[in-house]
Design a protein around this ligand. Structure first.
Ligand SMILES: *Cc1c(COP(=O)(O)O)cnc(C)c1O
Length: 410
C-alpha cells in the first residue's frame, strides 16, 4: 500500500485553487432578509432563494416554535417505521391543493425528492431525456436510476424530438426531466412543447418547480400554472426551502404516483421524516402564498424595476461600452445573471460588488459552464436596494472596461 493514500486530496485541492474554482462558505449573522450581516458589515442581499422573504417572517417562526414545543425537535425515524405527525399529512394536502393535484408526498429536501422520484420511476430498461442545464439533483437522480441518460440541448424541443426519434423505441419507459425555471440562468423551460412531445412519444414528464413554486402562476402554484398546464398528467417536484422559506422537498401528482413513491422511493423510505418545525413553517408559508398574493406582486414589480434600472444605467448611460450586451427582454424570472468571460473575472466582480455593500455570488464551473454573477430578487427588496445594485454594477462595468474584464448580460 502507498505510504499516503490520501495525498491526492491536497493535490486535487491545489488544482481547484489554480483554476480559480475554489469555494468556501461565508458566515452570515442575524435573520435572513433583503439585507444581511456578513463579517460585521451590512450587505444588500442578492444571494438568497428566499424570493418572498418568508425565511425570516414572524408568522413562520411562530408556527415553527409552536410545533417544536408541541412535538419536539426531531421526527425520530422514517415515517413508515416510526409513524408521522398530522402536520406532515396536512402539509402534503396543502401542497396538493396549491398544485391542484390528487396528492403530494413530502421529502426531507428537494434534492432527495428528485433522487427518490427519478430512481424509482425508471431503471436500466428505461430511457431518460434530460435538459443539459438541469439541476444536479435531476442529473444524479438519473444516474442513480440506472436508466440510459441522453441529454438534449438546453430548452430545445427540436433536439429533444430528434433524440427521441433516435432512441425511444429501444427502451421500455421514457422519462423527460427538466427544471421549470433554470436555477443559474433564470429562463423557463418550454413546457407546452415538452408536453406535446411527451404525449407524441409516450413519455412521462417530470418538472422541477424549485424556483417557481410561490413565484409563478396566478395562485403561486408555479410554472405549470403559469403555462396553463394545471390538471395535466405530469410529475411535479419542488422544494420547501426557496420561496417557502423552510426546508424539505415534495412530489405532487396523481394519487397512484404518490402511493407508488411511498412504497418505492428509497430516499423517502429510508430517511428520517421532516422535522415538526420545518413542516409547520412550510405549511404556514403555503397559507401565506395563498392568502397574500400581494407579496408575489411586489416581487414581480421588483423584477420590472430592476430591468428598467439596468436598461437605463447599463445601456443608455454607457452604450459606448462595446464589450457587454444587455438583452433585458430575456429576463423572465427573479433570477438575473451577468455572464462573464472566466472564473477569475467572476471573482473580480464578486469582490467589487462586496466592496460596494452588495452580496451576490460568483458562480463558476463546475456548477455552470460559463462563469457569472447570479442576482436573485426578493419581494422585500426596496427601490434603494435595487438602485444600489445598479449603481454598483455600472461602476464595475466601467472599471472592468479599462481592465479588459469583458462582460455581457444574458
Ligand atoms: C435548490 C434546487 C433543488 C434542491 O432543493 P433543496 O430543497 O435545496 O434540496 C432541486 N432542484 C432545483 C432546480 C433547485 O434549484
Amino acid at each position: 500500500m502507498s505510504p499516503d493514500s490520501y495525498s491526492w486530496i491536497e493535490k486535487s485541492l491545489d488544482t481547484i485553487h489554480r483554476a480559480d474554482w475554489y469555494r468556501s462558505v461565508q458566515t452570515i449573522h442575524g435573520r435572513p432578509g433583503a439585507t444581511v450581516f456578513l463579517e460585521g458589515r451590512k450587505f444588500v442581499n442578492f444571494a438568497s432563494n428566499d424570493y418572498l422573504g418568508l425565511a425570516g417572517d414572524e408568522r413562520l417562526i411562530e408556527a415553527a416554535v409552536a410545533a417544536v414545543k408541541e412535538f419536539g425537535t426531531g421526527s425520530t425515524g422514517s415515517r413508515l417505521l416510526t409513524g408521522h405527525r398530522e402536520l406532515h399529512r396536512q402539509l402534503e394536502v396543502a401542497i396538493a391543493s396549491l398544485k391542484q393535484t390528487e396528492d403530494a408526498i413530502v421529502f426531507s429536501s428537494g434534492y432527495l425528492a428528485n433522487l427518490g422520484a427519478i430512481a424509482s420511476l425508471t431503471n436500466k430498461r428505461d430511457l431518460i431525456l434530460s435538459d443539459r442545464y438541469n439541476h444536479s439533483s435531476l442529473k444524479n437522480g438519473a444516474v442513480l436510476s440506472g436508466a440510459t441518460v441522453v441529454e438534449y440541448s438546453h430548452c430545445d424541443p427540436e433536439d429533444l424530438r430528434i433524440k427521441l426519434s433516435q432512441y425511444r423505441e429501444i427502451y421500455r419507459r421514457c422519462l423527460i426531466i427538466t427544471d421549470s425555471v433554470f436555477s443559474m440562468d433564470g429562463d423557463l423551460c418550454p413546457l407546452p412543447q415538452l408536453f406535446a412531445i411527451a404525449e407524441e412519444f409516450s413519455c412521462m414528464l417530470l418538472v422541477d418547480e424549485a424556483h417557481a413554486t410561490g413565484v409563478f402562476g396566478e395562485n403561486g402554484a408555479g410554472c405549470v400554472e403559469h403555462f396553463g398546464c394545471t390538471g395535466k398528467q405530469l410529475i411535479q417536484v419542488g422544494t420547501l426551502s426557496k420561496a417557502l422559506g423552510s426546508l424539505g422537498g415534495y412530489v405532487a401528482g396523481s394519487s397512484s404516483l404518490i402511493d407508488f413513491l411511498r412504497n418505492r422511493s428509497p430516499s423517502w423510505i429510508y430517511t428520517t421524516g421532516l422535522t415538526p418545525a420545518d413542516t409547520a413553517a412550510a405549511l404556514e408559508a403555503i397559507n401565506i402564498v395563498r392568502e397574500k398574493p400581494e407579496i408575489r406582486y411586489k416581487l414581480w414589480q421588483n423584477v420590472e424595476t430592476l430591468k428598467n434600472l439596468l436598461a437605463n444605467h447599463l445601456v443608455t448611460d454607457y452604450e459606448d461600452v462595446t464589450n457587454y450586451q444587455l438583452p433585458i427582454t430575456n429576463y423572465r424570472s427573479p433570477i438575473f445573471c451577468l455572464l462573464l468571460k472566466d472564473a477569475a473575472t467572476a471573482l473580480f466582480w464578486g469582490k467589487e460588488l462586496k466592496a460596494k455593500g452588495i452580496f451576490a455570488p460568483a458562480i463558476r464551473p463546475p456548477t455552470v459552464n460559463s462563469s457569472r454573477i447570479r442576482i436573485s430578487l426578493m419581494a422585500t427588496h426596496d427601490l434603494p436596494h435595487l438602485e444600489s445594485l445598479t449603481t454598483a454594477l455600472a461602476a464595475i462595468a466601467i472599471k472592468g472596461r479599462t481592465s479588459k474584464n469583458s462582460v455581457y448580460f444574458s
